[in-house]
Design a protein around this ligand. Structure first.
Ligand code: FAD
Ligand code: NAD
Length: 472
């Protein structure tokens, strides 16, 4: 192994956490390298997560809309056919464009891109096994940022082959539409990928252990509304149901389930089973044990509020440590961790990280759920406004969903905002800003929103929380 000159910062992992940290560090004038082993930058998010799933969600929505929702708009179409190969190509074009874009940003900002697998061999030392198979190189760094991300949690007894028993990685790359798909887990991945294949013609059943869909963090009202909407679109749900195991035969898969209460058993048949029961931190081969960096019982690397492990110059961000597994959360942490290194202070407001589920309509939220507010014992107001009373939604014939504000009864300060509706993922940005600035519902209610826009529903929900809406 040869030795290279010392870097100020070496980032391990080129996902949204790692690549943002690397660019920020280089911008701060630090000699920076980023080590990535997958052969492309962008991590889970760009390669097999956020981006490919959103490409398929968008294009499957257009297909579904052409089949079911254009006749009443005065558009007659005939001979509509799915070309799945082309839909997958469109997805790949988006992915490659974006991952190459990060390589360009690395060059522009002077980040050294090292292609290989990193292992910590000392408190300041990293060994890299190059992707091209050459001999290992040793790098030294004053500061190390670990951003190695996460992987799908496997389901015991159902071996993943990414063809018939799949994770999200298989679900963005199927070569045919399965006749029947079972989705284990009604969280965000289950509902997004379930939507894609249901729209393309698959008979999709979601089996969820809990009594509500949406995964952790979705407001109960929103989860119920979303389930109704997705059921209308053809998805089937089995809630309060445990998957016990499965039999994989040559021509079909049998999944055995049991009611969480009462124990009633049933066998469901499928061609493809999507395992979407959560993700777990990924540290395989990283060599944490070589330097004594510790993980908790769920495999998350333990850090303090400044992202430091017990070795202070080794910091950790993104999915591999605590908090929501979201790309924008990892990015904020990447910036903050570098600011701690370069300036001595940094900040992420964890109370104002939005969540978005990109179904149609979308679900988006920020702040506390009504259940969380209730648990604090605080008195609160609810203001909600349905899109069915919003002029733009009516004009667009896209009226499902609503905006819900939860505010402090005494001070009118916004505690949480929950939206189901067209473009909810964009609309929530206003809510995030409101929370960041400590806004009251009155602040929003007295702010002019252009007419006719969907955002007027946002304003009217704030009016409903603060006094009364005009249009409902
Ligand atoms: P990752 O993106 O996982 O990147 C870690 C990188 O480190 C990987 O590329 C890996 O190859 C590399 N690596 C690991 N170990 C080593 C090593 N020893 N040496 C070198 N390299 C290493 N989040 C959203 O906010 N919005 C979405 O719409 C969204 N959609 C998603 C859809 C799907 C199907 C999935 C699976 C996830 C989605 N997520 C979404 C979550 C998002 O992808 C993650 O939160 C985000 O990628 C985390 O970023 P990260 O930088 O922490 O890790
Ligand atoms: P999740 O935690 O969101 O949902 C998993 C669901 O599976 C939960 O509802 C859980 O109750 C259920 N479950 C767990 N074990 C089960 C079992 N044995 N049987 C039946 N149900 C079971 O996890 P996910 O959907 O796999 O997503 C993983 C991560 O990726 C999440 O942290 C999510 O934030 C992130 N992600 C985000 C987006 C987005 O932001 N749009 C999209 C995809 C993924």
């Amino acid at each position: 192994a040869s030795e290279t000159p010392e870097h100020d910062v070496i980032v391990i992992g080129g996902g949204p956490g790692g690549y943002v940290a690397a660019i920020k560090a280089a911008q701060a004038g630090l000699k920076t390298a980023c080590i990535e082993k997958r052969g492309a930058l962008g991590g889970t998010c760009l390669n097999v997560g956020c981006i490919p799933s959103k490409s398929l969600l968008n294009n499957s929505h257009i297909y579904h809309q052409i089949l079911h929702d254009v006749k009443n708009r005065g558009i007659d179409v005939e001979g509509v056919k799915l070309n799945l190969t082309q839909m997958m190509k469109a997805k790949e074009t988006s992915v490659t464009g974006l991952t190459k874009g990060i390589e360009y940003l690395f060059k522009k900002n002077g980040v050294e891109y090292i292609k290989g697998t990193a292992t910590l061999t000392g408190e300041h030392e990293i060994k890299v096994n190059p992707l091209d198979g050459g001999s290992p190189e040793t790098y030294n760094a004053k500061n190390i940022i670990i951003a190695t991300g996460s992987e799908a949690t496997p389901f015991p007894g159902l071996e993943i082959d990414e063809q018939r028993i799949i994770t999200s990685t298989g679900a963005i790359a199927l070569t045919e539409v399965p006749k029947k798909m079972i989705v284990i887990g009604g969280g965000i991945i289950g509902l997004e990928m379930g939507s894609v294949w249901s729209r393309l013609g698959s008979d999709v059943t979601v089996v969820e252990y809990l009594g509500a869909i949406g995964g952790p963090g979705m407001d109960a009202d929103m989860a119920k509304t979303m389930q109704k909407i997705l059921s209308k679109q053809g998805m089937k749900f089995k809630l309060n149901t445990k998957v016990m195991g499965g039999d994989i035969n040559t021509d079909s898969i049998a999944i055995n389930v049991e009611a969480a209460k009462g124990g009633k058993q049933e066998t469901l048949g499928a061609d493809v089973v999507l395992v979407a029961i959560g993700r777990r931190p990924y540290t395989t081969g990283l060599g944490l044990e070589n330097v004594g960096v510790e993980t908790d019982e769920r495999g998350r690397i333990i850090i303090d509020q400044e992202y430091r492990t017990k070795i202070p110059h080794i910091r950790v961000i993104g999915d591999v440590t605590f908090g929501a597994m979201l790309a924008h959360k990892a990015e904020e942490e990447g910036i903050a961790a570098v600011e701690y290194i370069s300036k001595g202070y940094g900040h992420v407001n964890y109370g104002a990280i939005p969540s978005v589920m990109y179904t149609h309509p979308e679900a988006a939220w920020v702040g506390l759920t009504e259940q969380e507010v209730k648990a604090t014992g605080k008195d609160y107001n609810i203001g909600s406004f349905p899109f069915s009373a919003n002029s733009r939604a009516k004009t667009n014939l896209d009226t499902e969903g609503m905006v819900k504000f939860i505010t402090d009864k005494e001070t009118d300060r916004i505690l949480g905002i929950h939206i189901i509706g067209p473009n909810a993922g964009e609309m929530i940005a206003e809510g995030v800003l409101a929370l960041e600035y400590g806004a009251s519902a009155e602040d929003i209610a007295r702010t002019s929103h252009a007419h006719p826009t969907l955002s007027e529903a946002f304003k009217e929900a704030a009016m409903a929380a603060f006094s009364k809406p005009i249009h409902a």
